[in-house]
Design a protein around this ligand. Structure first.
Ligand code: UN1
Length: 513
């Protein structure tokens, strides 16, 4: 069946998988606390994972700390060489891993493969970066003094990842952390631990071939308790967490209370603005991909469409032509564009949100049904919904992790659309479709979009790894992936060196003793 047995075999997934791995050693299956992982695509059991105990966690942190002592001393370009090898291994396993991502999480195969491609790309990025961990130099106000700054490895980085990008978001963090000289502990989503097990197998081969210490890359499978431990642990100077705003607030509070660093990548409520100058030929496919791709389970998914009143009916009609024909089905089936939601809870949030928005006055235009019958036995396949709504509805203000697109009308100038776009608590991704340069530049200006990502004539999702990824407000403020996101994984130090025979003081102070 779709060659999944072979894929699991290739990736070293066994029926029972241990709770933790310190790169070379696996363990922690003793306490009998396990979780069965079934695929949302067909309801079959893929494997069982053991859940880590507090002792397991302790062991992993110690290994990570120990490995840090040597890893930080390896020259950064040599660490880059290890990341290069990881990237090559991922190339070898791209097909298998992409398939497993698709099967365990439910995204379509092209998206599963695309996710692995993001991992490969961030490896390449990190390899180049390993020779570019630059600080500034500056001119001292004192004679015969030199000033510069440098970046040192930070320590153990905790990475909490979400089910929707079960491996790529880990790699954005882990590959940067690795070239920066940090070791990491990965707590994957409890919903998608098997892809993490597969990645850890791939990493283990590279560590072994290079005779590297255990504990550079660690995996720990457990519930929210493990995440809470990491957040509170002063031995983990940086905790990078991706997931809901609710989860992020908890992690952020606990990390903040010990003045640790938190890198938060949380909920979005992303909008596309369509002005009267939008090129609908490119806007419509951009909207549909953004709204129904990954079954609406990306943090960058398009959730709101802010449409100028002059084109509202036209846009609505075009979408209503496409939505009935969306191929919804098994994500590994060729031609499928929309796979299932991750689980029954997600289906419930979907139907609840649709009921709630209608109670507020929203008008369901199409979709919202749960599919049943052959191929849909899991009850997790839903028909993406279009709802005519108002931005101020409570339901529209929330991120529902499902394929619901709210159509919101605006009138007047682009500034009104921008106000609506910014009128939510989240601030991840945003787009405008217009060929009018005044509108486009207004959207990108200081008074424009308040999001971490703002695009013109492309959709809200599918960001490239080369840019810094993240958002403002309740999205958490963190930046991962490209640009200079690496800086958060290092500790910064300013150095002043005196090579004279005098001791002049700064600010002209005389202090003769
Ligand atoms: C996420 O959903 O957490 O921009 C990450 C995108 C992808 C990453 C999404 N490159 O849609």
């Amino acid at each position: 069946h779709h060659g999944i047995k072979q894929v699991l075999h290739d990736l070293g997934i066994e029926a029972h998988n241990a709770a933790w791995s310190t790169g070379l050693t696996w363990g922690g299956a003793q306490n009998g606390n396990t979780r069965t992982i079934t695929s949302t695509t067909d309801g079959r059991t893929i494997g069982t994972v053991a859940l880590a105990t507090a002792e397991d966690y302790e062991q992993v942190v110690q290994k990570a700390q120990e490995a840090f002592k040597t890893w930080r001393l390896m020259p950064a370009p040599k660490r880059g060489e290890i990341v290069r090898q990881i990237g090559n291994k991922l190339r070898e396993y791209k097909d298998s891993l992409g398939k497993l991502v698709s099967y365990e999480m439910g995204k379509i195969l092209q998206e599963g493969l695309g996710e692995v491609q993001e991992m490969i790309d961030i490896c390449d990025f990190a390899v180049g970066l390993s020779r570019q961990l630059h600080g500034f130099t500056m001119h001292s106000e004192r004679p015969a003094h030199r000033m510069y700054e440098q970046y040192h490895p930070l320590g153990v980085v905790g990475i909490i990842s979400a089910f929707n990008f079960p491996v790529a978001v880990w790699s954005w963090n882990a590959m940067l952390a690795a070239v920066c000289g940090d070791t990491c502990i990965w707590k994957p989503s409890e919903k998608t631990p098997l892809t993490a097990v597969a990645v850890q197998h791939i990493i283990r081969d590279v560590l072994r071939e290079n005779e590297l210490p255990e504990g550079i890359f660690n995996l720990i499978i457990g519930d929210a308790e493990i995440g809470a431990k990491m957040a509170a642990d002063t031995r983990v100077p940086l905790v990078s967490a991706t997931g809901s705003t609710r989860m992020g607030k908890k992690v952020g509070e606990v990390v903040g209370a010990r003045l640790g660093r938190a890198l938060l990548e949380l909920g979005g409520n992303n909008a596309i603005i369509l002005t009267e100058h939008a090129d609908l030929g490119i806007a419509i496919p951009g909207i549909v991909f953004g709204a129904v791709g990954t079954a609406g389970q990306r943090c960058t998914t398009t959730r709101r469409l802010i449409i100028h009143e002059s084109i509202f009916e036209d846009v609505k009609a075009r979408l209503l032509k496409i939505y009935p024909n969306l191929p919804i089905g098994h994500p590994l089936q060729e031609g499928t564009l929309v796979g299932p939601l991750i689980d029954q809870d997600a289906v419930q949030s979907f139907t609840k949100a649709l009921a709630a928005v209608q109670a507020e006055g929203g008008q369901l235009l199409i979709g919202g049904e749960i599919l049943s019958g052959a191929g849909y036995e899991t009850g997790t396949y839903v028909k993406p919904a279009l709802v005519e709504a108002r931005n101020e509805y409570h339901t529209v203000q929330e991120e529902t992790f499902a394929p619901i697109l709210y159509l919101i009308k605006y009138s007047g100038g682009v500034e009104n659309a921008i106000d609506t776009q910014n009128g939510v608590r989240q601030g991840l991704s945003s787009s405008i479709f217009t060929v009018n340069m005044r509108e486009a530049e207004a959207f990108l200006s200081h008074a424009g979009s308040d999001c971490g990502i703002a695009n013109v004539n492309i959709g809200t999702s599918g960001a490239e790894i080369g840019g810094a990824f993240g958002g403002e407000k309740e999205t958490g403020g963190g930046r991962e992936s490209g640009s200079d996101a690496w800086r958060v994984y290092m500790r910064r130090q300013t150095n002043t060196i005196n090579y004279s025979t005098q001791l002049p003081l700064a600010q002209g102070i005389k202090f003769d003793v």
